[in-house]
Design a protein around this ligand. Sequence first.
Ligand SMILES: [Mn+2]
Length: 244
Amino acid sequence: MSPANPPAHPIQQILIIADLHLANDKEQKNHLFAQFCQQAHSADQVFILGDLFNTWLGDDLSAPHYAHIISLLKTLGQKTQVFIMTGNRDFLLTPKFVHQIGCQLIDSPYLLETAGQQYVLTHGDELCTDDTAYQRMKSILQHPITKAIFVRLAKKWRLQLSGQLRQKSLKAQQNKTRAIMNVNPEAVNQLMKKYPNADLIHGHTHRLNTHIGQTFTRYVLGDWSQTQGNAIEITQHLNRLEIR
Ligand SMILES: [Mn+2]
């Protein structure tokens, strides 16, 4: 016997994470991610909203470095649709490589429609418009020409350059206020005007919170520590999950 009022579409389980900043020396966190993947096998879709990897210096250089994580993604991708968005740390991931491991690279913003609700998904750094120095740097580093030149450099040069850039960025952050490194409300409103019926889900700022506004809700994912992660689960409703 079928139920009296079967749902028009089967309920999907969607999991969303961001800002894991995985690295080889963060073993506990890698283990936490492995645990998450186990859990995620039963989900229909998984969205990773940027900075899964702490650094990505080209597929040829970084894929062997992250072999364990890549194998976890491959296994997960066999059961679940895995969508990956790049962040400011792993923007050199290519669609070709992500496709090869059975996942799919998606552009930002991405409009997700599920259970009668729309969500705009984005990493979130493009909303931090008060940080003009960062935005200027991003437009240079993530320019297609810069990227094409960088990935053709010898591996040792790429490692050296990225180390120097990281030092510079850490130094610059010391002189910035917390407010400057947060999203700009006007930039958020501009984005959401294009999606009048949607809520927003983003990461990047590492400030896990839910901001209920008049016309939309802004869900901020947190980053992952060595011992604790977080995710958003959407089924019929949106829930927060703790990964530990
Ligand atoms: Mn980021």
